[in-house]
Design a protein around this ligand. Structure first.
Ligand code: NAG
Ligand code: NAG
Ligand code: NAG
Length: 212
């Protein structure tokens, strides 16, 4: 019984360490670019076993909005980066892992985004993992659907929450004002009452015969 608990604990710990090992985290790319500005197309694929050596080459494909076919636009391999398509000539920079063949971040940076850059991007990792006695090939791909807008649009949620903030601030102040007026009147009324009471008491006292 105790030993099975211990086993479970060890397994859980193992799992936890396994998941948290290394600094790699697969963050999704942004999907909204602003025309005329730069944009980072994110693509991260973490190795399942960070302790195993690996090497990867990367290919990016692009399918313009409304078209049927993907075209290869960029590769990154032992020879370094290559822009493969005229549409992106001199407009793509590597934003991924640096000084390493063991690429886990294959993000690229688009300079001077145009509306024609809208569409679907796909990055492919061709990865080799070097185990002691064999090599293991994997292909991982990710997709980024990019829309290009004229100006950065704010999320509806943030607009709604800002409006709600103003409404609640104004609401609270109005409530505070009403409460103040109400209290002031009440205090004033109570004060008058007390004065009248005091005056009455004084009169009564005067009517009483002196004590001694
Ligand atoms: C990506 O590359 C662009 C252009 O070279 C650079 O301005 C930007 O700072 C880079 N971003 C990151 C996160 O490396
Ligand atoms: C960006 O593109 C516009 C037209 O598409 C061009 O006029 C401008 O010079 C470009 N800017 C850079 C930094 O390449
Ligand atoms: C966008 O594509 C259209 C049609 O393919 C072309 O006429 C136009 O010049 C392109 N614009 C830019 C900024 O590349």
């Amino acid at each position: 019984m105790a030993s099975s608990h211990l086993l479970l604990l060890t397994l859980l710990c193992g799992l936890f360490v396994y998941r948290c090992h290394g600094a790699c985290a697969e963050v999704d790319s942004d999907t909204e670019a602003v025309a005329g500005k730069g944009f980072k197309l994110g693509c991260i694929s973490c190795k399942r076993r960070s302790e195993v050596d690996g090497a990867a080459t990367v290919e990016w494909y692009f399918r313009p909005k409304g078209e049927a076919d993907f075209m290869r636009i960029y590769t990154y391999n032992e020879d370094g980066p290559t822009i493969e398509h005229d549409h992106f000539m001199d407009r793509v920079d590597w934003n991924g892992s640096k000084r390493s063949n063991d690429i886990q971040d294959a993000s690229i940076y688009l300079l001077n985004v145009t509306f024609n850059d809208s569409g679907t991007y796909s990055c492919f990792f061709n990865r080799i993992l070097f185990y002691e006695n064999y090599e293991y090939n994997t292909v991982v791909s990710k997709v980024v659907r990019l829309t290009v807008v004229a100006k950065a649009s704010r999320g509806t949620a943030s607009i709604v929450s800002e409006v709600m903030m103003y409404v609640s601030i104004i609401g609270l102040q109005v409530w505070l004002l009403i409460e103040m007026i109400y209290c002031y009147r009440k205090i004033a009324a109570a004060g008058e009452e007390a004065l009248r009471e005091a005056a009455k008491n004084q009169n009564q006292n005067q009517n009483l015969p002196p004590k001694c």
